[in-house]
Write a protein that binds this ligand. Structure first.
Ligand code: F6P
Length: 363
């Protein structure tokens, strides 16, 4: 058995789930147990389980046979212990205190958290409070600063791309415009990649406010040139140029007119072009089911890197992919940030080069 600075650690999965969480749990636990002889405490339902002391020792049989399973064997929640509640100026001290107390009660040397921006921000704040924490970057949104990719993204991309492929044939049969709304929270990574992979004719990202007239012109030109159908890929966070100028209250009123942005875009397209248009909101299927091979590899590699951080006692860090290297960054790097698609990202240029309209206003 190799020596290890960490003898016992807790592990939890927080925020929205994604494919690859179980692969990452296995990636951390296998070497932690087999190579370093650490004791592993599985914490249920994200930070909620640490507040409630809902935890149990994980044995090898718990993290065996889970590589390909979707979801998370630990359960997840969106509990944010530092979040201020409405009308309360103070950070929710009770929850943070409960976490710190239970961390000590369970005798943990470190806490391993698998999560997105919110989770890694909480991890950073807990590290500031004196806990040893190691983070792993998961999310289908791919929006975590400090890592080139998050696990979950590749699986969601495969699902979204297949959905676009399937919409193509029905769009063609019925000569329709098909709008597909893709997840991604406030960023457009998933919509951009799925849109390019699926050959979207229009791709709308939160990073590029769209002008409905520019979209209508593009779709009309396609129709006039004999292309009888079109695919419009819309990120769930997409905003129009009008909306961009609105204050919070006006924006809410504008948004509440439709169940989601995809429906609004579909209605606007029909209104501007007269082309028959349908909307599909892909939703949670993007987060469900087995991880792709690429996500299994990434999640496993990040997990084993986290186990090595534990063994070396390198706390306050998040395992990360940078270029082709698995490395780690200080938890302060992702904390409190999101990573939008840069306007000069090569994938935007790639999309435009193959004739995709990104919805920008035309001069
Ligand atoms: O962060 C992952 C994600 O699926 C986003 O793409 C989406 O906006 C959000 O979670 C949905 O959150 P919830 O699970 O709370 O409905």
């Amino acid at each position: 058995m190799k020596s290890s600075a960490t003898k016992i650690f807790g592990i939890l999965t927080a925020g929205g789930d994604c494919p690859g969480l179980n692969a990452a749990i296995r990636g951390v636990c296998r070497p932690a147990y087999d190579r370093y002889g650490m004791t592993i405490v599985g914490i249920a339902n994200g930070y909620r389980g640490l507040i409630d002391e809902d935890a149990r020792i994980l044995r090898p049989e718990d993290f065996s046979g889970i590589l390909t399973r979707g979801g998370t064997i630990l359960g997840a929640s969106r509990e944010k212990p530092f979040k201020r509640t409405a009308g309360d100026d103070e950070v929710s001290g009770d929850k943070v205190k409960a976490i710190k107390d239970n961390y000590r009660k369970l005798g943990l040397d470190c806490l391993v958290v698998l999560g997105g921006n919110g989770t890694n921000t909480t991890a950073y704040l807990l590290a500031q409070e004196g806990l040893n924490v190691v983070g792993l970057p998961k999310t289908i949104d791919n929006d975590i600063v400090g890592t080139d990719r998050t696990f979950g993204f590749h699986s969601a991309l495969a699902i979204a791309t297949e959905a676009i492929d399937r919409l193509h044939s029905t769009a063609e049969s019925h000569k329709r415009v098909m709008v597909i709304e893709i997840m991604g929270h406030k960023v457009g990574w998933l919509a951009l990649y799925a849109g390019v992979a699926g050959g979207g004719d229009v791709i709308l990202l939160p990073e590029i406010p769209y002008d409905i007239k520019a979209i209508a012109r593009h779709l009309n030109e396609r129709a006039e040139s004999g292309r009888t159908f079109s695919i419009v890929v819309v990120a769930e966070g997409a905003v129009s140029t009008e909306e961009e100028k609105m204050d919070k209250k006006e924006r809410k009123k504008y948004r509440d007119q439709f169940p989601s942005v995809g429906y609004r875009v579909a209605r606007e397209i029909e209104g501007e072009t007269g082309l028959e248009t349908r909307c599909t909101v892909l939703g949670y299927v993007q987060r469900g089911g087995i991880p792709s091979a690429s996500d299994r590899v990434l999640a496993t590699s990040l997990g084993t890197a986290a186990a090595d951080l534990l063994a070396r006692g390198e706390y306050g860090r998040m395992a990360a992919l940078q270029g082709s290297e698995i490395t780690s960054v200080d938890l302060g790097v992702p904390a409190g940030k999101i990573k939008p698609v840069p306007r000069d990202h090569y994938m935007i240029d790639t999309a435009v080069a193959v004739g995709t309209c990104m919805g920008q206003p035309q001069p």
